[in-house]
Write a protein that binds this ligand. Structure first.
Ligand code: SAH
Length: 345
């Protein structure tokens, strides 16, 4: 085993790859060629990079490596959504979920192993944070699923808090949206956050992507109970940060709102919600709470959700109630745990 591990090129943005290649004494444009091999042709060896000289390929084999992820298990839900379990080099595991829809498929990827946010309603949060994912581990989730099926949209809504792993998330987003990389339109990529205010500003300055904010409550009292991060960045500060967030042209912030019975689902909440977001170009995603073993919270009644939904509509708020997908394979929001359990049915 070598003392120094070869640099994993999947950890590098195009700019960084250019520096690396320059360090090898090669022409700058070679970086772009390699980047295309990695992300447009899904190369996993240097050998196949046929527009590089044999000698250069040999040299890269000694100084660099190309990581990739292969799903260890794929579970398919009755509704068509698929959960991928990826085993990482150190034995940890993360999950990604593909949600197929008629004209588009959305891939939900993870940014951390576990999560430090400890939101009361989220299963991932009960496992604490094991570690951040590397840039390569984030992009490789996309590479792996793209190998099997077309992916139209990417959401960072899987395990982890993307803004708590901001450097790697920014690099991954740059690779995913690069015209020389995976070529996703910035309009098709969404970062979802529990609301880390300084990092929100940094994200907005670094990349242009859609933003989803997990609001989940309309008073600091309830939000701090459900989401401890609210004690650090209360509603006012969070909403101010949303207001100044630079969105792609004509886009809106998505406010996610998990409907939990008797906690945040009254008409008073709906009224406060309308007031809170009135000066932010936004839409609201109502998510019926997905129950899981060991959690004492329950899902709001359908009538309560409908009433809340209708109130927002009446006030001209763009709202959708998200249909829960993948519940039978624990692939729904907040149910990812990074370890597939033995099925009993
Ligand atoms: N940490 C990020 C992304 C992961 S959570 C964030 O907080 O946004 C992705 C979404 O799932 C969030 O909107 C969160 O509120 C929601 N969620 C978490 N647990 C849930 C559950 N048990 N039922 C329904 N939605 C849940």
């Amino acid at each position: 085993m070598s003392i120094m591990e070869n640099a994993d090129l999947k950890n590098l943005t195009l700019d960084q790859l250019e520096s690396f290649i320059a360090g090898c004494g090669k022409e700058r444009y070679r970086a772009r060629q390699i980047f295309k091999w990695l992300y447009q042709k899904d190369a996993t060896t240097f050998e196949e990079m046929s527009n590089l000289s044999k000698e250069f390929r040999r040299e890269l084999e000694h100084t660099a490596q190309i990581s990739s992820l292969v799903p260890e298990v794929v579970e398919i839900s009755r509704d068509g959504s698929m959960k991928y379990l990826f085993r990482l080099a150190d034995g940890n595991a993360v999950e990604s979920v593909l949600i197929p829809e008629e004209d588009r498929s959305t891939l939900c990827i993870s940014s951390q192993v576990g999560c430090a946010m400890a939101c009361e309603f989220c299963l991932t949060g009960t496992f604490k944070l094991a570690r951040n994912l590397t840039t390569a581990e984030i992009v490789n989730q996309v590479c792996a699923v793209k190998r099997e099926t077309e992916v139209r949209n990417i959401v960072l809504m899987g395990m982890g808090e993307p803004l708590a792993n901001l450097d790697n998330v920014i690099r991954a987003l740059q690779i995913i949206t690069s015209p020389d990389g995976m070529q996703f339109s910035t309009r098709r990529v969404t970062v979802s956050t529990a609301g880390l205010v300084p990092e929100l500003d940094r994200l907005g300055n670094a990349v242009t992507v859609n933003l989803a904010v997990s609001l989940n409550a309309t008073t600091d009292e309830v939000r701090s109970r459900l989401m401890p991060i609210n004690r650090k960045y209360p509603l006012r500060e969070l909403l101010d940060a949303c207001k100044r967030y630079p969105l792609p042209a004509r886009r809106m912030i998505t406010f996610e709102y998990v409907m939990i019975k008797g906690i945040n689902d009254t008409l008073e909440d709906a009224k406060r919600l309308v007031r809170l977001i009135s000066n932010i170009p936004s839409k609201v995603n109502l998510i019926p709470f997905n129950e899981y073993d060991g959690c004492s919270l329950s899902k709001s009644d359908q009538e309560t959700i409908d009433r809340f939904h209708r109130y927002l509509l009446d006030k001209h708020v763009t709202v959708i109630t998200r249909a829960s997908r993948g519940g039978d394979i624990s692939a729904a929001c907040g149910q990812l745990r990074g370890k597939l359990e033995k099925r009993t049915d």
